[in-house]
Design a protein around this ligand. Structure first.
Ligand code: HEM
Length: 561
C-alpha cells in the first residue's frame, strides 16, 4: 500500500470527510485534514474554517512563513487530480453529503459532465454564480437606469471604474438590492467561470514569483531606522512638553507617536519585518502592548480573518460596526457574525445612528482608540487567543505589556506628570483623538468598496482587488500613511515589507491590466468623498427601510427586511 499522501481522493470522498466533521482543504493540489492542528494554530480556527472545502493555495501562501508551509506537509492525507471546484465552507452555510462508496463518485462524475454541457451551451462570456447563489445561475441584468457609471482616469495610467447602485424610489427590497450590487460587480470584473478565475490565480502566482525574484520581500532595515528616529522624536517631544507644563502640546505629540507606531505594529503582525513569526510577534507586542496599551494578539486575530474574507458583512470583523455604521444594506437584516459568534441586531440604536452615519463618521472615529482598549482587554482577559501551540505564551507577554503601559502612561505620565484633574482629562482626550486619522486610514481602503459575495469560484486575487482600494499620494507622504494607503497591494501580498509596497504597486498594476481587473485608486480627499458617499447611500437606504416599515405597521402588515 502506498503512502497516505500519494493516494488520489475523489471530490465525493473529500465532501464525505467534511460531512463527517473533518477540516479539509486543498493546498497546491494536496488534500489536508487539520482537525488535530486547529487548537494549536497561531492563526486561530476561524481562519481555517473559512478554507474548508476550498482550494486554499493562495490564502495559505500569502499568510504563512516558509517554516509554516513546511510544517503543513505532515497534514497531507492525499491528493486531488484535476481542477478543483470550491465548496461553500460550512461556516458560510455549505451543506455536505456523506460518502457511501464508489457509486457516489460515479453519480458525481455524471453531474459534473451535465454541468459542463450546460455551461458550454450558455454564452461563454456570461458569468455564472457558484454554490452561494440561489438555484438561478445568474441574476437578471442590472436595470441601467438604476446605475450611474463613472469612468475616470486616475493620476496613474490605470483606469478606475465605479458604479453607484441606487434604490428604486418608493420601496425597499434587500434581496433586490443585493442582486443589483452583485450584477454591478459582475459587469465590472472578469467572468467567474472556473477557467477564467484559475487563469487569474495562475497569473497572480507568476506575479508572486517575479516579486520574490525582484527582492521585494527583503526588509529595508534602514527605512525602519528612520521610522524609529521619528518615533523617538515624537515621544521625546511629548515628554519635553510635559516637563515644561505644556500639557496639550504634549498630548498632541503622544497621539502622533501612537499614530505612527501602529504602522510598525501592523508590519510586525503580518511577519513583514524579519518574516520570523516569533521575532515579529514579540516586536509587535513591544510596540502595541508595551508602548501603545493595546493587544497585538487581538489585532492579529481579527485582522487575519479580515484578510481572508475581506468586506463580507457576515464574516469580516473590520466592517462589522453596528450600531454606529453599516456599510451595506445587509446589516439591516440583523445578520449573524461568524467572527463574534453572535447576531448583530439592527436595533433601536442602529436605527438611530445609521441614517446619519455619514455625518457621524468623523466624530465617532475621534473615539476609535477607546474601542481598541475595550477589544484588547476582552481578548486578553477572556483568553480568546490560542491556548496551545507556538502562540500560546504570547498572552502572558501581552498582559505584562499592558501592566507596563498603564504604569508608564497611566501612573507616570497622566497621574504623576500632570498636576490636576482637568489637565489630566484633556491630556487623555487630546492624545487619543489625535490618532483619529489612523481610523480613517484603516477604513478608507474598504468602506467604499464592494461588499458583494460573488461566490466560491472567485479567485483570491480578484476578491482582494474588488474589495480593497489604494490611496494615491506623493512618495514623500508615505510616512504619514504608513503603508495603509497601498492596501490593495498589501492585501495581495500581506508579508511584503511596507517600504517595498510602492515598487510592488507597479507590478500589480501591470497584472491588473493583463487580467482585466480594475485597480481602484483614489486621492486621499477623493477617497474620503467615496466613503462619505457610500455611508450616505446606505443611510438613505436605512431611512427608506424605516419609512417602509412604518407604512406597513400602519397598515397592520409585518415590516421586515
Ligand atoms: C496544515 C495547516 C496549517 C498549518 C500547519 C499552519 C501553520 C501556521 C503557523 C506555524 C503559523 C505562524 C506563522 C507562520 O510561521 O507562518 C500560522 C499562521 C497563520 N495561519 Fe496557518 N497553518 C495552517 C493552515 C492555515 C489555513 C488553512 C489558514 C487560512 C487561510 C491559515 C491562516 C493563518 C493565518 C491568518 C496566520 C497568521 C497568524 C498570525 O500572524 O498571528 N492557516 N499558521
Amino acid at each position: 500500500m502506498g503512502k497516505l499522501s500519494e493516494r488520489s481522493l475523489t471530490r465525493r470522498q473529500i465532501e464525505g470527510m467534511i460531512a463527517d466533521g473533518k477540516a479539509v482543504f486543498l493546498y497546491k493540489g494536496e488534500v489536508m485534514s487539520v482537525n488535530a492542528w486547529m487548537p494549536y494554530h497561531p492563526g486561530g480556527d476561524t481562519a481555517i474554517k473559512h478554507m474548508i472545502g476550498r482550494d486554499a493555495t493562495d490564502e495559505v501562501f500569502a499568510l504563512h512563513s516558509e517554516d509554516a508551509k513546511r510544517r503543513m506537509k505532515s497534514y497531507i492525507i492525499g491528493k486531488y487530480d484535476g481542477a478543483w471546484e470550491n465548496f461553500l465552507p460550512p461556516i458560510k452555510g455549505g451543506v455536505f453529503r456523506k460518502y457511501n462508496g464508489p457509486e457516489d463518485d460515479e453519480e458525481e462524475r455524471l453531474r459534473m459532465r451535465l454541468d459542463l454541457d450546460a455551461a458550454s451551451d450558455s454564452t461563454p462570456s456570461s458569468p455564472t454564480l457558484s454554490a452561494t447563489s440561489s438555484s438561478e445561475d445568474s441574476f437578471p441584468l442590472l436595470d441601467p437606469s438604476l446605475r450611474r457609471r463613472r469612468v475616470e482616469s486616475s493620476s496613474s495610467s490605470v483606469t478606475t471604474v465605479e458604479d453607484e447602485t441606487e434604490v428604486p424610489p418608493g420601496h425597499f427590497d434587500g434581496d433586490y438590492l443585493t442582486r443589483q450590487y452583485i450584477e454591478a460587480d459582475l459587469a465590472k470584473y472578469p467572468s467567474l467561470q472556473n477557467a477564467t478565475q484559475k487563469e487569474i490565480a495562475q497569473k497572480y502566482r507568476d506575479l508572486e514569483v517575479r516579486i520574490r525574484a525582484a527582492g521585494l520581500y527583503k526588509c529595508n532595515y534602514w527605512a525602519y531606522a528612520k521610522e524609529c528616529t521619528r518615533y523617538a522624536f515624537l515621544f521625546a517631544s511629548s515628554m519635553w512638553c510635559l516637563r515644561n507644563g505644556w500639557y496639550k502640546t504634549s498630548a498632541f505629540f503622544m497621539g502622533a507617536f501612537w499614530h505612527q507606531l501602529v504602522f510598525s505594529a501592523h508590519d510586525a503582525g503580518h511577519m513583514g519585518i524579519t518574516h520570523n513569526f516569533q521575532v515579529d510577534t514579540v516586536l509587535g507586542i513591544i510596540i502595541a502592548n508595551f508602548l501603545g496599551g493595546l493587544s497585538i494578539g487581538w489585532w492579529k486575530r481579527s485582522h487575519n480573518v479580515h484578510h481572508i474574507v475581506t468586506n463580507d458583512p457576515e464574516h469580516d470583523p473590520d466592517i462589522e460596526h453596528l450600531p454606529f455604521f453599516a456599510v451595506s444594506h445587509r446589516f439591516f437584516g440583523s445578520i449573524f457574525s461568524s467572527y463574534y459568534q453572535r447576531y448583530m441586531p439592527y436595533d433601536a440604536f442602529a436605527r438611530f445612528f445609521v441614517p446619519m452615519q455619514h455625518y457621524l463618521y468623523y466624530p465617532i472615529l475621534l473615539f476609535g482608540r477607546f474601542n481598541l482598549y475595550f477589544l484588547s482587554f476582552e481578548y486578553l482577559f477572556k483568553g480568546l487567543g490560542p491556548r496551545k501551540g507556538p502562540a500560546a505564551w504570547h498572552r502572558y507577554l501581552e498582559l505584562a505589556g499592558l501592566v507596563v503601559f498603564w504604569y508608564w502612561f497611566g501612573y507616570g505620565v497622566v497621574y504623576k506628570g500632570i498636576p490636576n484633574g482637568w489637565d489630566r482629562f484633556s491630556f487623555i482626550m487630546i492624545s487619543h483623538m489625535v490618532t483619529m486619522p489612523l481610523h480613517v486610514q484603516i477604513t478608507l481602503s474598504h468602506f467604499a468598496m464592494s461588499t458583494a459575495d460573488l461566490g466560491t469560484t472567485e479567485s483570491f486575487a480578484q476578491r482582494m482587488l474588488r474589495t480593497t482600494m489604494d490611496v494615491d499620494c506623493s512618495e514623500w507622504l508615505d510616512w504619514f500613511h504608513g503603508g495603509l494607503h497601498l492596501q490593495a497591494i498589501h492585501h495581495l501580498f500581506p508579508r511584503i515589507p511596507r517600504h517595498n509596497l510602492r515598487p510592488t504597486q507597479k507590478l500589480v498594476m501591470e497584472f491588473c491590466k493583463d487580467v482585466g481587473i480594475p485597480y481602484a485608486i483614489y486621492g486621499f480627499y477623493r477617497g474620503n468623498e467615496e466613503i462619505i458617499g457610500r455611508l450616505a447611500e446606505v443611510a438613505r437606504q436605512a431611512k427608506l427601510l424605516a419609512e417602509c416599515q412604518k407604512v406597513m405597521q400602519e397598515k397592520g402588515e409585518f415590516g421586515g427586511f
